[in-house]
Design a protein around this ligand. Sequence first.
Ligand code: ADP
Length: 323
Amino acid sequence: MIIIKRIGVLTSGGDAPGMNAAIRAVVRAGLHFGMEVVGIREGYKGLIEKNIMEMKYRSVSDIMAKGGTILKTARCTEFATPEGVLKAKKSADELGIEGLVVIGGDGSFRGARDLSNAGIPTIGIPGTIDNDIACSDYTIGFDTAMNTALECIDKLKDTCASHNRCSVVEVMGRHAGHIALNVGIASGAEAIVVHERDFNLQTDIVEKINKAIANGKKHFVVIVSELFCDSGKLAAQIEATTGVETRATILGHIQRGGSPTLRDRLMASVMGEKAVELLKDNIGNRVIAYKNGVTVDYDITEALNMKKDLKEEYFSVFKVITY
Ligand code: ADP
């Protein structure tokens, strides 16, 4: 069996809280299994440019509680071309990197597949606050982002309640409504608007607010998933049709920052260690995933072709308990 002696780790695409815990786990596991580990700065760009740091046990001390990624992340258009992949492979060869762990989203996994095909066994770890990686029920950063959004919404509710207002809150997720659905239920919102379900202003928002008014309620929250619509315009429509003063708040990148929750640190630690276990056996072209309560791995192409929906059960519960 080929023994891998030196591995690299990089973070790519959007940052997510918990990436540092994953880096730490990769470094510690790599050293534990007798390998050398290098940290690659700024994603695939750093690999092409050979921008690395040698990682020792103490290189990852005290990073677990930090948000962001100590390796920094970047988007690299050059790498997404066949020439870019060849350059990255050449750099990896020159640096003696024989295996790689990539922490990121679907785009980063496409790169991981290409590098594996070029001869550098590469393992993907799902790291994105959006939870939009189909093969995995969970992605690193999701829990922290939801808790950050929830804390903000709770604060917005205080001021809405004082002024008898409606608050339209846009949460992140790119085209996925996982954050919106979860925080919508957990914050006691009146409506949740996501890409994955049909939307009708009258039945999904106006009638719900009118029902809540009839039930004695005086302040309201509508959660809208990122890129669904112009939240400011939606707020104006709600005000015009219900007569309730309505303000829009876009939470934005605040949801990407902050110290990771226990769940994110734990998932990242487990996934990081599992990734290195595969590499030490010279296995590449796999994505680590969390499925039905266990940590598993999939072929990257198979993983990229998978689909995942929002939990219908959560929508049913939301309908029953929202008044
Ligand atoms: P994410 O990993 O969060 O989905 P991106 O889609 O921005 O983020 O991808 C991150 C990086 O992965 C890109 O900057 C690029 O270097 C690489 N990448 C994205 N798509 C591809 C692709 N189709 N083939 C090869 N590499 C890709």
